[in-house]
Design a protein around this ligand. Structure first.
Ligand SMILES: Cc1cc2nc3c(=O)[nH]c(=O)nc-3n(C[C@H](O)[C@H](O)[C@H](O)COP(=O)(O)OP(=O)(O)OC[C@H]3O[C@@H](n4cnc5c(N)ncnc54)[C@H](O)[C@@H]3O)c2cc1C
Length: 87
């Protein structure tokens, strides 16, 4: 992408973004462009004695969809409700 140049990058953004096409012009420098490696995965087993993985530690969520925080909080609430009395 870098070797094709910023103008080509802005053109590709205009082609795929559903926001105002002129927003692509705001990118004037490669320093404004960051690579975010996204994972969507989950542990096969979320616990072992003395350890409980919740949220992204148990099931990494993509930013796409915007549900990761919701699921992480739900994990915490469910874990607290199940474990608080026993602990
Ligand atoms: C760019 C981006 C945009 C996103 N947008 C949304 C959105 O709009 N809506 C949405 O719902 N979700 C969104 N998500 C997903 C969401 O951020 C995560 O799913 C959510 O934050 C998971 O919460 P968590 O508490 O499990 O993990 P985290 O929020 O990652 O919290 C883990 C914490 O542990 C700390 N930590 C790590 N290692 C150690 C250590 N060894 N000792 C002590 N502390 C440690 C970290 O610093 C961090 O503060 C987005 C994610 C990304 C990357």
């Amino acid at each position: 992408m870098r070797s094709a140049g910023l103008a080509a990058f802005r053109d590709s953004l205009r082609a795929i973004l559903h926001v105002q096409a002129s927003r692509a012009d705001e990118i004037q420098d490669w320093e404004q462009v960051k690579l975010l490696s996204v994972q969507v995965n989950r542990l096969q087993r979320w616990w072992r004695p003395g350890l409980l993985c919740i949220g992204d530690a148990a099931h990494a969520m993509s930013p796409v969809g915007g549900v990761g925080v919701n699921l992480a909080v739900q994990d915490a609430v469910a874990a607290a409700n199940l474990l608080a009395e026993h602990l």
